[in-house]
Design a protein around this ligand. Structure first.
Ligand code: NAD
Length: 355
């Protein structure tokens, strides 16, 4: 027990629950980091982890990230996250999703879930059959927010990249700006399409090489093997796959002026933000730039709870605040000589009453 509380990723989480349902084979972890600002909201990741300890670390870190993300986005929501330990291609069943919905229902609204890697809108519908504490459900009418958060996340990242290019390169246009983009799934694919529309030069990579190649063909972009993307010379490296990709060796090998992308927990360890700063690379703290999706699912959930429809214009307005928030962080970072992630963490901790 003592060892667990001493885990570096355990940050006084309010609740960590292990879920097992024998009948369906569900094995999951639900972590609530903080409900200081409201019900803990954060998606569920369906992933085949190498071992349960890795799943626990991921869940703890992601839950804390959601506390920071929701607070910084100005949402009246706390932070939590869930992981289901499995392989989405082979083992996701309706019975498993139902059992998972029951586990969320039992928390009585302290945790609200939505999509994350490996979970779809259809999965949220299955969970919604068992609990009201779920968001990211299909949109019913025009002008209504909701559904898959991916496109909203992509919109915020696109705006954040524009802000970073303005700040770091002094350019108001993305025309000809070279972005090396890792991960061409829901978020990365959306970001790539928005960047291409503005004339950015794109190099794409995905461990699913066919997916990157297909998107590259659609957008007239280049594509490289996934192991080559982080050393591709570019203006912006945009990580949109999994986390913990920025470690000592990889930061040393980066050939870019900006790191700005949607993946959660990009820094392998907290001190890696300082390494980016030492190299003069502008970093957009992940949980600030990738808040578009939770802004959408958060507004959707809060509206449904109040019996009104979620307003798309409100979601768009809140996502539009991401660039100014990043600019505030970068200015304070420059003024204090502190890495951008340290500045963002301090702001977030203050907002969740832990400053
Ligand atoms: P996704 O599953 O749709 O796409 C992820 C893509 O990354 C896949 O195409 C996968 O093949 C690829 N990939 C995985 N490992 C890779 C590697 N090592 N190199 C290159 N490509 C790799 O997931 P998504 O919803 O697009 O999420 C991407 C990231 O953004 C995740 O870190 C997620 O936590 C984060 N995020 C997503 C949202 C959202 O709204 N979906 C919101 C905030 C943050």
């Amino acid at each position: 027990m003592t060892a667990f509380w001493a885990e570096p990723d355990f940050d006084a989480h309010e609740l960590v629950q292990l879920v097992h349902d024998r009948a369906s084979g569900l094995t999951a972890i639900i972590a609530i980091h903080s409900t200081h600002c409201g019900p803990a909201a954060g998606g569920t990741r369906f992933w085949h982890y190498a071992d349960p300890a890795a799943a626990m670390r991921d869940c703890l870190r992601l839950a804390r990230g959601m506390s920071y993300k929701n607070a910084m986005a100005g949402l009246p929501l706390g932070g939590g996250k869930a992981v289901i330990l499995a392989d989405p291609e082979r083992t996701k069943t309706q019975a498993m999703l139902a059992a998972f919905g029951d586990a969320i229902a039992a928390l009585g609204g302290r945790y609200v879930t939505a999509e994350d890697v490996g979970m779809s809108e259809a999965d949220m519908v299955a969970i919604a059959a068992r609990t009201v504490h779920v968001s990211g459900l299909p949109v019913k009418g025009a002008g209504e927010a909701g559904g898959d958060p991916g496109p909203f996340t992509a919109q915020g990242i696109y705006l954040g990249i524009k802000a970073a290019v303005r700040h770091q390169l002094g350019k108001d246009s993305l025309a000809g700006v070279h972005v090396a983009l890792q991960g061409t799934g829901s978020v990365g694919g959306g970001v790539a399409r928005l960047l291409a529309r503005d004339g950015a030069r794109l190099t794409l990579a995905d461990i699913d090489a066919g997916r990157a190649a297909a998107l590259a063909a659609e957008l007239g972009a280049a594509h490289v093997p996934s192991e080559a993307i982080m050393t591709t010379p570019c203006d912006v490296f945009s990580p949109n796959a999994l986390g913990a990709i920025l470690d000592e060796a990889r930061i040393a090998a980066l050939d870019c002026a900006i790191v700005a992308g949607g993946a959660n927990n990009q820094l392998a360890r907290p001190e890696h933000g300082a390494l980016l700063a030492q190299r003069g690379i502008l970093y957009a703290p992940d949980y600030v730039i990738n808040a578009g999706g939770i802004i959408s699912v958060g507004i959707e959930y809060l509206a449904r709870r109040e019996g009104r429809r979620a307003d798309l214009a409100e979601v768009t307005r809140l996502i539009g605040q991401i660039p100014a928030r990043l600019e505030t962080i970068w200015q304070e970072s420059a003024a204090r000589g502190e890495p951008a992630d340290v500045v963002a963490d301090r702001m977030a901790q203050k907002l969740i009453g832990r400053g």
